[in-house]
Design a protein around this ligand. Sequence first.
Ligand code: XUL
Ligand code: CO
Length: 437
Amino acid sequence: MYFPDIPVIPFEGPESKNPLAFKFYDPERVILGKKMKDHLPFAMAWWHNLGAAGTDMFGRDTADKSFGAVKGTMEHAKAKVDAGFEFMQKLGVKYFCFHDVDIVPEADDIKETNRRLDEISDYILEKMKGTDIKCLWGTANMFSNPRFMNGAGSSNSADVYCFAAAQIKKALDITVKLGGRGYVFWGGREGYETLLNTDVKFEQENIAKLMKMAVKYGRSIGFKGDFYIEPKPKEPMKHQYDFDAATAIGFLRYYGLDKDFKMNIEANHATLAGHTFQHDLRISAINGMLGSIDANQGDYLLGWDTDEFPFDIYDTTMCMYEVIKAGGLTGGFNFDAKNRRPSYTVEDMFHAYILGMDSYALGLIKAAKIIEDGRIDSFVKERYASYETGIGAKIRAEETSLEELAAYADKLGAPALPGSGRQEYLESIVNNILFCG
Ligand code: XUL
Ligand code: CO
């Protein structure tokens, strides 16, 4: 046991003061005809939870994530598997997400790294047996190794491009072996620092070609799930090609990849792009591409990816409002989040997941209330009522012309002002539902 002092985390309800209990996440509770645990397929991010130990630009680790083994060894890799499964089982987290190099230490030669990946995936598969824990998605880390300094699919070096392809191939093999629901492309270094040395068109074409080969290979080995792009506008690169959902969707459509890909929207990435989290969810949803979510939170005072555990109930509520309206996710809610550096104990690891899961559970409860209440939906419907009859209906049905509309406007002389947007009234409704019962 790696967490002997931590019990299985029970649901005790909102009145509980027990730090090791859920206040809102009650997996069997039915909301809008579906159990909470089915609305909220939570996932553990291998890298933050079992890897990140507090190192930042100015200081080294504060937490001990050795799990009793020497870091950088296969013994440590296996200890992480054991600790990770104990952690997920104690919390009732049913999925995990991983990068290839989160689950094994990377060797100098890719053949040895791949051998290690075979060994650890056998170990994980064995561990999965007898539990109901599954793989949400896998990915290849194509940003940490110095060879990827200029990107992977966008690298100026064809040799590096081949290494990226080799890593994707292996990461897909492992994802399929573990029954993963999805496969993620986060293009951390797919972008540029300066246009003075960059052929943007060339790089984007190469990325698309790599993705096409990945789809072809994935389907050939029986991968039936979704590929995801995880948009992010910057960090580590100054400009990243997958800037936001709208940009990534346009890219996928242009290169004919939109049938195989969906979006994995990360809250903190959306805010870095100058959007709300809800905005990127809505853009994905209306394009039929809302696939999965990296459930974290940024800090409005800091301009980088702080990857905090979500606690803002307004945000989780509006997220769940979008997810419910979209009919749910094909993926899940991956806590791509890390403890703050001074929260370095084992208890903190559990507090963080309890916070995240409770925040989403409460968001779900409140979003369902907003939908059941119906005032916001009916206001939005009414706001566009002028398109239901007369000239508006003709516009919707594409049964008119610019000439007819111009003649209509001439006859009118001047239109009445559109109806009030009633923003403050609508915001009060949300506050009322959030804070009064
Ligand atoms: C980085 C980030 C990644 C992706 C997977 O900002 O979010 O961890 O989720 O590569
Ligand atoms: Co992420």
